[in-house]
Design a protein around this ligand. Structure first.
Ligand code: AMP
Length: 418
């Protein structure tokens, strides 16, 4: 049975917690962005305050074996600072019995990077490039077999299991999903997981209407699952960014050199047809900013999205388009935003995306709208513009959020609920 972190009795218990401490490090192994670590503190402190001890496990980077660069020992000093106490370290996540035995209530132990072992992901490593299908199959079977002992060992350290790594919840890894079955009555979400699930469910399952989704980014092919799933929920869908030109070309428009997935044109037309059937109003960036080069000092012009000259390309939503969207957004009670509406990395083409961040902040404060922002560039935009605390929820889930929005049951969530 699933437990609740707020009411669970941690007194005298050892809690093994899967966190996402996959933070960026510079050449000197200093943390350059500690957002993920800070986000985990409420969950960690809850266990300690309630008289439990912590066994923290995470991955860092994509090591192919034991690699100094990806050691979690680099993050220990900062974790000690965040928790305000000493933190012990087990240099091998599979040989931590002594360190675990020494834990007293209020103590914290960090296990070394789980991905130093192939068993964490359950994917074989070191296969020869010319390995046959048979060899690949055998290697996969072998790692799946040894994964059982790996999971069992991790589970043996603790009395209860907390999953607070939403960023890896879409992966059925040892520490994110498989371990849960060893704690049938003592498994729960941490506060990050709880918050993410609640926020996305508020959009997908219990939204106040009108509901508007703003979907941007480069490719329609990567967002098709979300777009179609959202049709059951939204009243309005705003399409921005590079993906819009596939729709425009499919409708016979001239898009110049703009980004286009030619093989997705039929799909784009199908999306528009479905939207009409479902009564979803589509907004396709009517006027856009076009540029004659992909650089900050390129010449730019405003242009209708279907009349782009041959040597030019669409790079951002035009102010008139943003003004049209603003009306829709300000009339909405629930708003989801994923993906930039322009080439956000180039300052001259980031104005539309930044403006969306500002409008969302206003929709939240002025209209009491519920605003959910997710995806790398959209999150970067609200953060850089200083609006991260002014929207209702900023999802840090990345791929996990996208899959959840597509309606896929995430293994990390299912393992706790089952
Ligand atoms: P995604 O990862 O699919 O959300 O896409 C994000 C990327 O889309 C960013 O790197 C943006 O620069 C890119 N992008 C947004 N608008 C455009 C556009 N009009 N043309 C080319 N790339 C774009």
């Amino acid at each position: 049975m699933q437990q609740n972190i707020s009411t669970y009795d941690f007194a005298g218990k050892k809690a093994i917690v899967r966190v996402d401490f996959n933070v960026p490090l510079n050449e000197q192994f200093q943390i350059t962005d500690d957002t993920r670590m800070r986000a985990a503190v409420p969950t960690l402190k809850k266990v300690l305050e309630k008289g439990g001890s912590l066994i923290i496990m995470s991955h860092l980077g994509r090591p192919k074996g034991v690699t100094e660069k990806f050691s979690l020992k680099h993050i220990l000093p900062h974790l000690e600072e965040l928790l305000g106490q000493k933190v012990a370290f087990a240099a091998d996540c599979q040989k931590a019995d002594a360190e675990v035995a020494a834990l007293k209530p209020g103590d914290v132990l960090v296990l070394e990077n789980l991905r130093f072992y192939a068993e964490e992901e359950g994917k074989p490593r070191g296969l020869a490039e010319d390995a046959t299908d048979e060899e690949k199959k055998a290697a996969k079977a072998a790692v799946k077999e040894s994964q059982k002992a790996f999971v069992k060992k991790l589970a043996s350290y603790a009395d209860c299991y907390i999953n607070d790594a939403f960023g890896t919840a879409h992966r059925a890894h040892a520490s994110t999903a498989l371990i849960a079955k060893y704690f049938p009555n003592d498994k729960m979400f941490g506060y990050i997981m709880e918050g993410e699930i609640k926020a996305i469910d508020r959009v997908l399952k219990t939204p106040e209407h009108p509901v508007t989704a703003i979907i941007g980014g480069a490719k329609v092919s990567s967002k098709i699952g979300i777009i179609e799933h959202l049709f059951d929920v939204v009243d309005n869908m705003i399409i921005g960014g590079g993906m819009v030109y596939t729709f425009i070309k499919a409708q016979g428009g001239k898009i110049g050199k703009s980004l286009c997935e030619d093989d997705q044109q039929e799909l784009a037309l199908n999306i528009l047809k479905k939207a009409a059937e479902k009564g979803v109003k589509m907004y396709l960036s009517d006027e856009v900013l076009i540029a004659d080069a992909f650089s900050n000092d390129a010449n730019t012009r405003i242009c209708k999205n279907s009349e782009i000259p041959d040597e030019w390309e669409g790079v951002d939503a035009a102010p008139s388009t943003i003004a049209e969207w603003e009306k829709v957004i300000m009339a909405s009670k629930t708003i989801l935003w994923n993906g930039p509406v322009g080439v956000f990395e180039i300052p001259a083409f980031a104005k539309g995306t930044n403006k969306i961040a500002e409008i969302l902040a206003r929709a939240t404060s002025e209209n009491g709208a519920f605003t959910l922002v997710g995806g790398g560039d959209s999150v970067a935009a609200v953060t850089q513009m200083g609006y991260a605390k002014k929207v209702s929820y900023v999802s840090t889930g990345g791929g996990a959020m996208l899959e959840y929005l597509e309606g896929i049951e995430l293994p990390g969530i299912a393992a706790i609920r089952e």
